[in-house]
Design a protein around this ligand. Structure first.
Ligand SMILES: *Cc1c(COP(=O)(O)O)cnc(C)c1O
Length: 460
């Protein structure tokens, strides 16, 4: 392995360049602070997307709200806007401190995207936004719709017949397929979801029950995305939702930040120079966490510190950012198997578009063991009665790792944050869970409880 050549250099050479590489390759938990991180105003100079783009996405979602609330009655209480609650989780914070023997300064809160309407995960942001944008583009191009219309007219046979002439393809580890599939099928599109081997059976069954064509692969996500892209390239009426490169997905996710600003105000959480905000985002290919982090930086600039969270067996974004090689490498190149219980994060190759965009804005990345995801899953149910899927727990362990790891401590020191941590706020982004069938959730819970009987959270 040491002699293997990667991008013209031996693995041994890569290890010498990056002190963390040894631990990453041996799938130990790591915390990495991004040495390329810059002040917001310097970093955004190199980014082509801006606040106007996010506002444009926000307005589009508002135009569609009348339609969404009509066809998805569960969104009526938010008037067709798909948004999740923010909750304080002090009992979980205490439990985490007990479990780990560590201390979390400041308060821990949770952004509950597990509760997002329609598809129960963060993908209900970007995924649904991209489908709506595509539908709007098609309808406008055919003079069926203008911005000033009441978009509830889209809930009609005329529109469904129109959209049925077009199709949509996407590759997914599960949740993106759910979002794209459910939304596209509702509009009337024909839709093809290419599922990687990691995708859970219940997600495939649910999609098929909605009339979605599910194509299954024995391989991982990289294979599914190649096949989905190929299928769409052969059919001019087929639209490919490109999880690796889509700015639409990214902007749909970014909208979350502006809404979150208002939610934080309502629960009296201040974010300013003396009250730093930390956000911990479970990361797969990068679009979801990247879009949210971009929005958060636009809103809170240097007062927000965003970290990506990945499984120890699938740290694609960490490797891409740290080496600067982005999508040129995958975790398997380094002998890491990419196999994880965190199905939503089981991605071996990160998005170059996201890596490049966030390169100077993201504070860092850390990795979490699968067993810890399960321990946190059970602990969160016991302490707060919040039910998440394993991937979503990756964000929860962030504050423990920030305060425990030497690199985390150094990050706080380097950014003159040490004295401000008492007034800080930590947001664990809970990225999915409410659609998990009860018996599957019960088995997750039991797995976590069993692990807790056999090892301490702090054991490595
Ligand atoms: C997809 C997903 C993520 C990460 O989003 P990416 O855009 O793939 O990085 C995190 N958590 C859950 C539950 C997901 O489904």
């Amino acid at each position: 392995m040491e002699d293997k050549i990667l991008q013209g250099k031996s693995i041994k050479w890569w290890k010498e360049q990056f002190p963390l590489m040894d631990n990453i390759i041996s799938t130990k938990e790591v915390f990495w602070a991004n040495p390329k991180a810059k002040k917001f105003l310097d970093a955004v100079k190199n980014i082509s997307l801006n606040e106007e783009d996010v506002k444009d996405a926000e307005k589009r979602l508002e135009r569609f709200a009348a339609y969404v609330s009509k066809v998805f009655p569960e969104t009526r209480k938010t008037r067709g806007i798909i948004e999740s609650p923010v909750v304080k989780i002090p009992a979980m914070q205490k439990k985490m401190e007990e479990m780990s023997g560590g201390k979390i300064q400041g308060q821990l809160i949770m952004k509950c995207d597990n509760d997002l309407a329609i598809s129960g995960s963060i993908k209900a942001r970007g995924g649904i936004y991209e489908v709506l944008k595509h539908a709007e583009d098609l309808a406008m191009r055919n003079n069926m719709l203008k911005e000033s219309d009441d978009y509830s007219i889209i809930d009609s046979d005329k529109f469904r017949e129109f959209f049925s002439r077009y199709s949509i393809a996407v590759a997914s580890t599960g949740n993106l397929g759910l979002s794209i599939g459910i939304m596209s099928a509702k509009l009337g599109f024909r839709v093809y979801v290419h599922m990687s081997a990691d995708a859970r059976q219940w997600k495939k069954d649910l999609l098929r029950s909605k009339g979605v064509t599910v194509i299954e692969y024995k391989e991982d996500y990289s294979k599914a995305i190649v096949e989905a892209r190929r299928q769409a390239s052969l059919d001019p009426n087929m639209y490919f939702v490109d999880d690796e490169n889509s700015t639409n997905l990214f902007l749909g996710y970014a909208v979350a930040a502006y809404r979150l600003r208002d939610q934080l105000k309502k629960i009296h959480i201040t974010v300013d120079e003396n009250h730093p905000l930390f956000v911990y985002l479970p990361c797969g290919v990068g679009g979801g966490p990247g879009g949210v982090a971009f929005g958060m930086k636009l809103v809170f600039r240097d007062n927000v510190h965003c970290f990506f969270a990945e499984p120890t067996h699938s740290p694609c974004m960490l490797l891409g950012l740290m080496t600067g090689l982005h999508d040129k490498i995958c975790v398997q190149d380094f002998g890491i198997d990419g196999i994880t219980e965190a199905d939503g994060l089981a991605v071996g190759r990160a998005s170059k578009f996201v890596g490049k965009t966030l390169e100077e804005l993201i504070s860092g990345c850390y990795t979490v063991e699968d067993e810890k995801l399960y321990m946190l899953l059970s602990a969160l149910i016991d302490s707060e009665n919040i039910l998440l899927e394993p991937s979503a727990l990756a964000g929860v362990s962030g504050p423990l790792q920030l305060f425990k790891d030497e690199a985390g401590k150094k990050y706080m020191e380097d950014n003159a944050l040490k004295d401000k941590m008492k007034g800080s706020c930590h947001i664990a982004w809970a990225t999915g869970g409410s659609m998990v069938p009860e018996e599957v959730m019960n088995s997750y819970y039991k797995t976590g409880k069993d692990i807790l009987l056999n090892r301490k959270f702090s054991d490595n």
